[in-house]
Design a protein around this ligand. Structure first.
Ligand code: SF4
Ligand code: SF4
Length: 297
């Protein structure tokens, strides 16, 4: 029953698929403790959606299966001709991954409907309150590293996660959740420039450059800005040092220079980047990041 779905997922470029029951997600206790410690910065929506996250059935009535899917992005950095870079996942010459992955997942929902014509489905790509890493772990896709990323041995952590919730029961035989494989390694914690990884599996989002340079609405404090290095959108350092990731030293120059960004008006930004992941931060945030990086980085 699962073979057509797994084959189609592979054809579409997904590198791993896992199936979980829609129970309270693994690591939910860890998540609520983290919220109670107020380590989620000003992402108040995480607090508001706590109950829904505890019960995926609230996302799709009658849900019987959560299908977790991993889709890769390149390990090579993308940058500007004057040496600035952005987080790898941004892929700023492509449409925002939320839209791309949703389309791919909808292709898979057609297979589910072929298997079970009465199935109800819901596709989630960061678009619904679900603890996606926990379900990907319980579906056997990978393990959660001390850097809080899901890691697939042999592939690393440079991939997006998406979920399809369905009322159709599905189960893969002989699949078990993976043991953590970090061992004594602490490279990610040691490499985090702001101390955001306060201890294994524990991130203070308010100190994390990935959050501060994209989601955070206010100005970036100097304390954190001075650690941006050459990256003005996101931060990959706790992944770059991870031995499970392939090292890629070169940077692909696909972006305009920092000065061009600083001179850019909203019309041109929308034309060039309005459908990309850059739109999430917006032009003014990107300009502010570049100014901070130049002043302190
Ligand atoms: S993304 Fe950067 S700032 Fe955030 S935890 Fe990783 S290394 Fe630290
Ligand atoms: S850098 Fe080391 S400790 Fe951190 S996630 Fe990778 S293997 Fe685990």
């Amino acid at each position: 029953m699962l073979t057509p779905l797994l084959n189609r997922a592979k054809d579409l470029g997904f590198i791993a698929v896992g199936f979980s029951l829609p129970d309270t997600p693994p690591y939910f206790d860890r998540f609520t403790a983290w919220l109670s410690d107020s380590k989620h910065a000003d992402m108040a929506w995480l607090e508001r959606s706590r109950e829904v996250r505890a019960d995926p059935m609230r996302l799709l009535e009658g849900c019987r299966t959560i299908i977790s899917l991993a889709y890769p992005y390149p390990s090579q950095k993308v940058g500007t001709p004057d040496g600035l870079t952005v987080s790898r996942y941004a892929q700023p010459t492509l449409e925002d991954y939320h839209f791309r992955l949703k389309r791919l997942c909808r292709e898979l929902t057609k297979i589910i409907k072929d298997i079970d014509g009465r199935s109800k489905v819901r596709v989630c790509v960061d678009s619904a309150p679900i603890l996606e890493k926990g379900f990907a772990w319980s579906g056997g896709i990978g393990f959660i590293g001390k850097n809080n990323m899901l890691i697939i041995p042999g592939c690393g952590s440079y991939f997006f996660l998406a979920e399809i919730l369905t009322t159709t029961p599905m189960k893969q035989s002989n699949v078990e959740a993976m043991e953590n494989q970090c061992g004594n390694c602490t490279r990610c914690i040691d490499a985090c420039p702001t101390g955001a990884l306060e201890k294994p599996f524990y991130l203070d989002a308010g100190k994390c450059l990935s959050y501060l340079t994209i989601e955070h609405k206010g100005p970036l404090k100097d304390t954190y800005g001075r650690h941006m290095g050459d990256c003005f959108f996101g931060c990959d350092r706790c992944q770059e040092v991870c031995p499970f990731n392939e090292e890629e030293e070169t940077t692909k120059v696909l972006l305009p220079s920092a000065d061009t960004f600083l001179r850019m008006d909203e019309g041109l930004f929308q034309e060039k980047f309005g459908k990309t992941a850059f739109a999430r931060a917006g032009l003014e945030k990107i300009k502010a990041n570049i100014r901070t990086l130049r002043a302190l980085g």
